[in-house]
Write a protein that binds this ligand. Structure first.
Ligand code: CA
Length: 205
């Protein structure tokens, strides 16, 4: 999927720029928004009932925004798809996520993400087209319209309670190329990388 070394370099460049800007007191880099108050799953899911990856429902829709996807969902039933192991999709014109379609796909992705240590998590999202992401019932990011591959800014999440948190993603791809990638820098993980498959799970329906 290719972008990994690039994102590492980009990350270091951003960090270096921010550091130098800090030294010079030049406001070159916007302050990242910090999210707290995320709610862990309560009760925590029974690990015996968890399956790897995130659950997904697909909608065959041609929409221009997350809002339009939601409107379509009001009168359509989603079709359960193959679970999504991790969010590392930059597939050009290939099939969207685990669907069998390469265009006009809406996806509702649900499950849990394990944040095993308390502290500060820095997320970044790479999307094409629109995306909306909530963790622990808190909206942490949306870029809801049609767009070419685009990175979020840093999304800083601070938690005090380790464990499984519900994750809820709305995503659509209208046409041409598609991308959905989720990166993080977690306590103890060192540097920005894909959120690894082992921290995603979903309950069997
Ligand atoms: Ca596209």
């Amino acid at each position: 999927m290719g972008g990994r070394n690039f994102i590492g370099l980009l990350w270091r460049a951003i960090r270096t720029t921010a550091f130098i800007a800090g030294l010079l007191a030049v406001p070159l880099v916007a302050q990242a928004e910090t999210f707290s108050g995320l709610k862990p799953a309560s009760p925590q899911p029974d690990e015996a009932n968890l399956k790897p990856g995130l659950a997904v429902k697909y909608y065959g829709v041609k929409v221009d925004s997350i809002k339009e996807l939601e409107e379509n969902m009001g009168y359509m039933d989603g079709k359960p798809g193959t679970p999504i192991p991790m969010l590392n999709y930059q597939v050009g014109q290939g099939n969207v996520l685990t669907s069998n379609s390469n265009d006009m796909v809406g996806a509702i992705i649900t499950g849990y993400i394990k944040m095993a240590e308390p502290g500060r998590y820095v997320f970044m999202v790479h999307s094409n087209d629109g995306v909306w992401i909530a963790i622990g019932d808190k909206l942490i990011y949306e870029d809801p319209d049609v767009h070419a591959d685009r990175f979020s800014d840093e999304i800083v999440v601070e938690i005090s309670e380790p464990g499984w948190y519900p994750i809820h993603i709305k995503y659509f791809e209208k046409k041409n190329t598609s991308t959905l990638e989720l990166y993080w820098e977690a306590p103890g993980f060192g540097e920005l990388d894909y959120v690894p498959a082992e921290v995603f799970s979903h309950l069997v329906e």
